[in-house]
Design a protein around this ligand. Structure first.
Ligand code: AGP
Length: 351
């Protein structure tokens, strides 16, 4: 069985080690003509909704920072809430960017069908060619991360970000906020990140194991700000699935408005250093406040307790999520849990 997992004890760990190569395959599998078409449609849309569930929804949240940078405000909504919150404003001229690794998640398919009936154009992003989402989409952008078998999604999250970032840059060609050299620059940054990750993953894995005793509590906070805030949400989801630990992802600034009260109980706090320099003061203030209350702090950054890789702002969520994935994985291993198949969970929620 270990042989099937490429020598790794679990699919989750194997799939984290697949990330460096899948980042590149995801980028190079995108076809210029479909990207350009999707970008033109997004740019010309009356309104744009990004929908998905779980990890795919978190990738969607990050895309709102990508699209905002090129002058487009998108509404990111859970596919489970979309029918109640957003559908009334969907009509001809609306665009739905629907994200689903499996392409089979019922909430996504249901929302896509409802939006189509109201005249929306669907840009589908999925890892599964021939899935229901691929078939329902007007334009389909593949994730191309390779098969992901562990229930806790890892490499499909990072590859979905590659697809969304590429689409946003192409959208920026229409809005005049980006030009062709930005595509090349993104490609170069991605290649560098992939190369560095390949050599640094074993070290990250060791660091994750070392800090695990600090987060081994009944509950923990994961926090960040800016483009890395959704990374905190995603890290918390990984702790729930792989380590069966309650974890809450929270915005750095919001922590001071109540949740910090619980750090008196010794709840640990994992802080992903924001990429935006404007958040530096807040970052330092939160660390001081939490330490003053006697709670453990684990920082994730290129200089942190667990070191992510130095990279561009748009790629920082990829660099920062990996240490969180590894920490959740290591805690699951320590607790001897069925990491790839957490109790009561399935890979795709189809009904
Ligand atoms: C991620 O680790 C979870 N297994 C889950 O939240 C998942 O992302 C969600 O069910 C959506 O799945 P999909 O991307 O296949 O639609």
């Amino acid at each position: 069985q270990i042989a099937e997992k490429g020598g790794f004890p679990h699919y989750m760990l194997k799939e984290i080690y697949d990330i460096p190569s899948s980042l590149i395959s995801s980028f190079s599998s995108l076809m210029e003509k479909y990207l350009s078409l999707a970008a033109m449609i997004v740019y010309g849309a009356k309104n744009v909704y990004v929908i998905g569930n779980g990890t795919s929804l978190h990738a969607g949240f990050i895309s709102s920072y990508y699209f905002s940078e090129v002058g487009i405000n998108v509404n990111v909504v859970s596919a489970a809430e979309f029918p109640y919150y957003a559908l009334q404003n969907v009509s001809t001229g609306s665009v739905i960017i629907a994200i689903s690794q499996s392409g089979e998640t019922s909430d996504v398919i249901r929302s896509v069908k409802m939006a189509k009936l109201r005249g929306a154009v669907i840009v589908g992003i999925t890892n599964s060619v021939g899935s229901r989402l691929a078939l329902e989409s007007n334009i389909y952008l593949p994730i191309t991360a390779g098969p992901e078998l562990a229930v806790p999604a890892t490499k499909t999250f990072t590859s979905t970000l590659v697809v969304l970032r590429t689409l946003s840059i192409y959208t920026g060609l229409n809005s005049g906020k980006k030009d062709r050299k930005d595509i090349n620059e993104f490609k170069e940054n991605l290649e560098e990140l992939s190369k560095n990750l390949l050599s640094r993953l074993p070290q990250m894995e060791r660091q994750a194991e070392e800090v695990i005793s600090k987060v081994e509590k009944e509950s923990l906070y994961i926090t960040s700000s800016g483009i890395n805030f959704p990374v905190a949400l995603e890290g918390a989801l990984k702790f729930k699935e792989a380590a069966l630990t309650h974890a809450e992802g929270i915005q750095l600034g919001e922590l001071l408005h109540g949740p910090i009260a619980l750090t008196n109980k010794g709840y640990p706090i994992v802080i992903v250093k924001p990429s935006e320099a404007q958040a530096d003061d807040l970052y330092n203030k939160v660390i001081r406040s939490v330490l003053d209350r006697g709670s453990p702090v684990i920082t994730v950054s290129p200089e942190g307790d667990i070191k992510s890789l130095e990279t561009s702002r748009d790629l920082s969520p990829i660099s920062n999520v990996i240490p969180l994935q590894l920490m959740a994985y290591k805690l699951g291993v320590k607790r001897n849990l069925p990491i790839d198949t957490p109790p009561g969970l399935v890979k795709a929620v189809v009904s």
